[in-house]
Design a binder for this molecule. Sequence first.
Ligand code: PBG
Length: 309
Amino acid sequence: MGFKTIRIGTRDSILATWQAEHVAAGLKQHGFKTELVFIKTEGDQVLDTPLPLLGGKGVFTKALDDALLRDEVDIAVHSFKDIPTQTPEGLAVIAILEREDPRDVLVARKDADFLTDPEYTATIATSSHRRGGQWLGQYPKHRLTDIRGNVHTRLRKLNENNWDGAIFAAAGLKRVGLDGNISAYLDWMIPAPAQGAVAVMARDNRPDLNRAIGLLHHATTALCTRVERRFLQVLEGGCSAPLGAFAEMYGGQVQFKAVLTSLDGHRREEIAMNMPVEHAASMADRAAEAMMERDTVMDILAEIRKDPE
Ligand SMILES: NCc1[nH]cc(CCC(=O)O)c1CC(=O)O
């Protein structure tokens, strides 16, 4: 197809590198040559600030967006959940790869008995408002503490500090072979929109690339993550909102569920909706509108906007 080497932009964390190499391996199977170009983002460089305070949107993607726009790379590989719902001018998501396990998991430093002891005040490390809000809803006596950094850094910090556990994405641990650390799968916790999926971005004027990269596209993952991200966008969540959204395909139906909590976990609003796959396009809007009809939802959203900390 007359391609030169496809330059793949990626962050340099072990997880990001795994994801970029995964894309490279897929392209190689179709006869393409690739090279990885490592780029540091604000999210990698500033490690002492909780993510929600780093300006939130795009901290892991902006430097890669700029590299695409300057034509220093042909594509950029991201965890889809790190990509803001508003795509920058001139760029497009051109493929979404098959989703890995979407669940959140607990890595406990000691044995995880404390989960069943209602009197024990555990300290759980997470900087995610979504994880924190849902966790405190389930375990109101626990305390949260901030933790930042890539998967390896966070596991190290958990071991160095006197915390009881930390919450991770199963997908991140599985991809880098660290899933042996998992103490519990949090089936009750609703994941971040697009958690576990990898997305490829490119400039939007590269139809040649669209065809090549499109070979890696996974239609069901794309459909489900579109519903989740649209829901996030309508609720104007941004990546730091205490909002979970998850869709899966089951027997021709899209099964969707979402949750919004207050930061302290005291208030929690859930929605669940099933629709035939033909109607998936309108599903997120309907679910979001139904949520916004509830006073509690509007109260929680107002509180978050006023006080993003
Ligand atoms: N917030 C950073 C981030 N972005 C994507 C993943 C995990 C992989 C994925 O969700 O695809 C992680 C780490 C985590 O949440 O533990």
